[in-house]
Ligand binder design. Structure first.
Ligand code: NAD
Length: 319
């Protein structure tokens, strides 16, 4: 019976799927400094991690019986992937499992943004009982999403999930992707009907100029922000921007400046340059809807992640 150490946890559904096939799944967390010793002593064949546990060269060299490293989620910055592959290990991640969760968080922020919920939720507990009428006045004048244009920068897995939801709401979609020229977006309806829309990628400039809201779904490949002061300058006055991609994809200082000057009306951030200690100025800003990097953190995504890893592990050992 092969042993699997799920050091940053695994969903019950993933664990059960593995146990049904005879694997032993250990979920007690082992400290990083004791990891090599435990893997060798327990003869662990599969190490599953999320973002907390790292699997570097040293561990790969010191654990010759390890066959698979699995990352629940997308980013593999915590694993020396190429080195592991050179040494004959399989390295798996689950890139598609959380796309819907991130896309829904975008809309949680968007709906909250256009009705000022991020600020209303801060002010109501403080003065809602005494200053109800003035708060009502302050948070009136919101707007609707239907009929507005959503600009999607990065039209991969998550960008396309966002597009589906935008189309469902009756929004116009503009998309920009550096490497994809078009994508077919299929909406599946409750009654089994389907409808496919082809969306062509347009220039970054067109997306920035033409959108009421811009949402970012690109990887962080370079140090320079993709959206800085110049790009924000191209956006419509009063537009909103959402970053659930990676910290640093937007220049945070340029963003705050544009909010302070009233160029942009609102922003939403799930990811930050200096995680896990983001700028206090961002945290305190009245026009930013904030979440602590929870884009992928839904129960459904965790289930899909666990099940996808389980499937890959089972098929490896059945080969
Ligand atoms: P993906 O690889 O499927 O899509 C990314 C797309 O961006 C690709 O189509 C690529 O061609 C395009 N692209 C790359 N650089 C670009 C650029 N400079 N300009 C325009 N397009 C560019 O990735 P995905 O699964 O959709 O993930 C998108 C982002 O979301 C990643 O940064 C990922 O780390 C992040 N993410 C965040 C969370 C969260 O918890 N908030 C969860 C999962 C993923």
């Amino acid at each position: 019976m092969s042993k699997i150490l799920a050091n940053d946890g695994i969903s019950d559904s993933g664990k059960v799927a593995l146990e049904e096939k005879g694997f032993q799944v250990i979920t007690e967390k082992v400290d990083q400094e004791n990891l090599i010793e435990t893997i060798n002593k327990e003869d662990i064949k599969v190490l599953l991690v999320r973002s907390a546990t790292t699997a570097r060269k040293e561990l790969i060299d010191a654990c010759p019986n390890l066959k698979i490293i699995g990352r629940g989620g997308v980013g593999m910055d915590n694993i020396d992937v190429e080195y592991a592959k050179e040494k004959g290990l399989e390295v798996y991640n689950t890139p598609a499992a959380s796309s819907s969760s991130v896309a829904e968080l975008v809309f949680a922020h968007l709906f909250g943004m256009v009705r000022f919920l991020y600020e209303s939720n801060r002010q109501m507990p403080l003065e809602g009982d005494e200053n109800f009428k003035s708060l009502k006045k302050a948070f009136s004048g919101g707007s609707e999403l239907t009929g507005k244009t959503l600009g999607i920068i990065g039209f991969g897995r998550i960008g396309q999930e966002v597009a589906k939801r935008a189309i469902g709401l009756g929004m116009n979609v503009l998309a920009h992707d550096k490497y994809t020229s078009e994508a077919n977006i299929t909406l599946n309806f409750f009654n089994g009907d389907k409808k496919t829309f082809t969306i062509e990628s347009t220039s970054l400039k067109n997306v920035l100029k033409g959108s009421d809201f811009v949402t970012l779904h690109i990887p962080k490949l370079e140090d320079k922000a993709v959206i800085g002061a110049e790009e924000i300058g191209l956006m419509k006055d009063g537009a909103g921007i959402i970053n659930t991609a990676r910290g640093g994809v937007i220049d945070e200082d340029a963003l705050m400046f544009s909010l302070d000057k009233g160029k942009l009306a609102y922003a939403a951030l799930d990811v930050f340059t200096n995680e896990p200690n983001p700028s206090i100025h961002l945290m305190m800003h009245n026009n930013i809807s904030l979440t602590p990097h929870i884009g992928a953190a839904t129960l459904e995504a965790q289930d899909r992640i666990g099940e996808e890893l389980a499937e890959k592990i089972i098929s490896y050992f059945n080969k």
